[in-house]
Design a protein around this ligand. Structure first.
Ligand code: ATP
Length: 803
């Protein structure tokens, strides 16, 4: 197998003597000597000849910070490619349409890729060295001239400059969701009288401003954290980083290259990149298929396949990767160097971003193995519980893994799907109502050209739904006014896909509710709750942490709810970046603050979410903003029925299990459990049953008061007449459940111990913050709901204050 570095070397034409990541001459950043601000990085060794490199490295320390959102690319950004290519192709189609399409398909990846990279990197170089402006322009014009000559339809195309400009414009417009979100989000007056927390609102608005800063600071703080780690962090130049010499020789290299060599090289590069992507895809997919919804895997993989490169931050000329986008922050727990190439840039950026979140801690090898995030434990949110709660019926239980119907499988030898002029390849989209239109054809062509591999096993004569009532959507299909782009995930109630509004090109996420009456009802209820939350006046900052519904419609017996797009759930984030390790203290702090802001707003709306868990908290691309999703279990306080199966088990408050009256405090309990999980990557209360949950509550939080027990409907399920806890044990011989008295009067476990990483020395400053986190979690998990901390009180907790 060809390694990434071999490919990069080959692309760069580097000799084996080229510098490597381990080259001692490289600029290295280490933890500061005492006296420096904690965690501030400082250059401690810089070779004399690297004056220019030094400044460039200093500059490169921050791009991941300043440009993190622009560095992070997603399928949404990739969509630009679609749009641009689509626009370009609009002109192409005027003449010789079929032939053009064929040509474009063959040459898209090399030509467009080549052009994008070349132009963007050229822009950057131009800024860096204005004196070279004219040379670059001349070269660009000459090169474009050559491109045009090669292209049979150059005249109709009207010049690539337009598409080039469009590309850049599109990229600027789509740097992240946040700015778009903020533009779209309606502003709300804070002068309202509905809140019990009115007097604290202003403080929260100040907090909101601070939060924005915090959001931008996550990386900075975590870098400090990384640098204060026991094992030193380092920022090193990647082997493919350009030297100043390289930069000056770029145009010469390119100009000397003849057409034939260039074409061959581009083809070879693309072949290698595709191979890399596919290898990565296959690996990720097989790993995640074992652990996770396969559709989630497909999302990221697809995005990579769709647009293989993000040239924005690579210094490239004419498709050759000469430089790397930025330095690689090597965290203490992951010291491997990341050699960058365009094809894996997206994942590399994500990996860089890990440094935002992953802390200095090592895997803790916890004694309490049952607490480790483990797929077997995910039964906590089972359909069985939903059935017991009456949310779904027997016939709603899934007959088989549902994701198979929506997953996109990669064939062994993926090739771009080729259009046969006579056999309309776009038939796969044809039963979508608007497929006949030119627009949809354009979209479909874009998909085909972008090498999206569509599941060939989809049988068009099949029913629209699978056996479980999930809609069997197809990538590229148009539902109402949205075109489906890729699957995101699926839950008990729905399949979630990313899509684009066909007219505005706006990115959205669509929750396609299963075609089952109970699910449909639940979906309607969710819409009602979302509207109520959106219409509750409050500080916009509070509301911004509840997912925003944009639209809803019915499609082929499926209720579809359209949301603003986010990146992944906290559950996925932890699994991906912090399994058994958790996220950094600063990330937990920022997420905690946003969660309490959201809870405060939900409470002001007189709603209980009733299913807060990491799966229902989604994070944006930059990983600095979270939002609560899935209001399918939510309800108004007066609707609350006593049922021991409300909320997913690991996040279920004791009053629910005991059958005590409950209110907003159940959401606070769930958030407390989430915070512990964010920091450790482990479940705080991974009870196998409700009875086991009570045991864990008492082990960590002590005995229940008699007052609570006496007011609880289900107390006899778990306590005897003397209010002694009866532990339920499965007797494997008798095959029945035994109840054994298990009197717990005092806590035997400590939340700080649960949080403390093993075998790692924690710096004093972090220890102080960790103790604050423990205190906040304890206050969220007070057994008596009336004494539990409220969202407003939590927002004033010490832990939420910046380091
Ligand atoms: N706006 C969004 N942006 C990105 N991903 C989202 C968005 N909304 C939901 N998701 C993803 O889709 C998953 C399923 O969504 P949701 O929980 O709303 O569906 P569900 O069918 O109600 O699931 P559950 O079985 O948990 O009730 C979420 O866990 C999350 O990963």
């Amino acid at each position: 197998m060809v390694t990434e570095s071999e490919i990069n070397d080959k692309k760069r034409g580097l000799e084996p003597s080229s510098p490597t990541i381990n080259d001692p001459k490289k600029i290295k950043f280490e933890s500061p000597p005492s006296g420096k601000e904690d965690g501030e990085v400082e250059e401690v060794a810089s070779p004399p000849h690297t004056q220019r490199e030094t400044s460039s490295s200093s500059r490169l320390m921050s791009p991941s910070r300043n440009q993190s959102s622009s560095l992070l690319r997603s399928y949404h950004d990739n969509n630009n490619g679609h749009r641009t290519r689509k626009d370009d192709r609009k002109d192409d189609r005027k003449d010789d349409r079929k032939d053009d399409r064929k040509d474009d398909r063959h040459s898209y990846s090399s030509r467009s890729y080549d052009r994008d990279y070349r132009d963007r990197s050229r822009d950057r170089d131009r800024d860096r060295d204005r004196g070279r402006d004219r040379d670059y322009r001349d070269y660009r014009d000459r090169d474009r001239e050559r491109e045009r000559d090669r292209d049979r339809n150059s005249k109709e195309r009207g010049g690539s400059k337009n598409s080039y400009e469009r590309d850049n414009r599109d990229n600027r417009d789509n740097k992240g969701y946040d700015s778009r979100d903020n533009r779209n989000r309606p502003s709300f007056s804070s002068g309202n009288n509905i809140s019990e927390d009115k007097n604290i609102d202003r403080k929260d608005e100040v907090g909101a401003k601070e939060d924005t800063n915090l959001n931008n600071d996550i990386i900075i703080n975590s870098e400090k954290l990384l640098n204060s780690a026991p094992q030193s962090s380092s920022i090193q130049k990647s082997p493919s980083e350009p030297t100043s010499t390289n930069e000056h020789t770029k145009p010469a290299i390119i100009i000397e290259e003849d057409e034939e060599t260039k074409a061959k090289r581009i083809l070879e590069e693309n072949r290698l990149q595709r191979q890399l992507i596919i290898e990565k895809y296959s690996k990720d997919n097989s790993q995640l298929q074992q652990q996770e919804h396969p559709t989630i895997t497909t999302t990221s993989s697809l995005s990579t396949i769709t647009t293989p490169e993000n040239p924005q931050n690579n210094s490239t000329i004419d498709g050759i990767i000469l430089t790397t986008p930025s330095t690689t922050i090597t965290s203490a727990i992951s010291t491997k160097a990341i050699v960058k190439s365009p094809s894996n840039l997206e994942s590399q950026i994500e990996e860089e971003d890990e440094s935002i979140i992953i802390e200095w801690r090592k895997d803790q090898n916890s004694d309490d193995s049952s607490a480790a995030l483990n797929d077997n434990d995910e039964s906590c949110s089972s359909e069985e519980d939903l059935k017991k709660r009456g949310k779904i019926k027997d016939e709603d239980l899934k007959a088989k893994p549902t994701t198979s119907s929506v997953s996109i499988k990669l064939p062994p030898k993926p090739e771009p799907i080729k259009a046969k002029p006579s056999a309309p390849i776009f038939d796969m989209f044809s039963d979508s109502p608007s497929d006949e239109t030119d627009d949809s054809n354009k979209n479909n062509e874009a998909l085909i050209d972008a090498n999206v591999v569509v599941n060939p096993s989809i049988n068009l004569s099949d029913n629209w739904d699978d056996a479980d009532g999930y809609y069997k959507f197809r990538v590229g299909e148009i539902m109402d006014k949205y075109q489906i782009f890729s699957p995101i995930g699926s839950g008990v109630f729905s399949t979630v896909v990313s899509a684009k509004e066909t007219k505005t090109n706006e990115d959205v996420v669509i929750k396609i509710i299963r075609n089952r009456p109970s699910m449909h009802r639940s979906g309607l209820k969710e819409i009602e709750i979302l509207q109520k939350i959106a219409n509750t006046p409050t500080s916009s900052n509070q509301k911004s942490h509840c997912i925003q519904m944009k639209d809803h419609f019915n499609y082929r017996n499926h209720l579809c709810i359209v949301f603003e797009p986010m990146s992944m759930s906290l559950h996925q984030l932890i699994k991906k970046y912090g399994k058994n390790i958790g996220l950094s203290l600063n990330a937990v702090r920022v997420y905690a603050k946003q969660l309490f802001l959201a809870l405060k707003h939900i409470k002001n709306s007189k709603i209980l979410h009733a299913d807060i868990k990491p799966d229902n908290i989604v994070v944006n691309e930059a990983k600095n903003t979270i939002k609560i999703v899935d209001f399918g279990s939510a309800g108004e306080i007066h609707e609350s029925e006593i049922t021991p199966y409300l909320v997913s088990r690991f996040y279920r408050a004791p009053e629910i299990i005991l059958g005590h009256k409950y209110d907003y405090a159940i959401d606070v309990w769930s958030v407390g459990c989430c915070l512990a999980e964010f920091f450790t990557g482990k479940f705080l209360f991974p009870g196998k049953t409700n009875n086991d949950m009570i045991r864990l509550f008492m082990e960590y939080r002590g005995a229940f008061t008699k007052k609570i027990l006496k007011k609880s409907e289900f107390v006899s399920n778990h306590f005897n007449e003397n209010l002694i806890f009866m532990k339920q044990e499965i007797d494997n011989i008798e095959k029945n459940v035994r109840k054994v008295p298990h009197d717990i009067t005092k806590p035997t476990k400590d939340i700080l111990q649960f949080l403390l990483p093993k075998n790692v020395t924690i710096p004093d400053q972090d220890m102080k913050k960790l103790i604050q986190l423990k205190d906040l979690i304890e206050k969220c998990t007070i057994l008596d709901p009336e004494k539990r901390i409220t969202p407003s009180e939590a927002l004033n907790h010490e832990f939420l204050k910046p380091f």
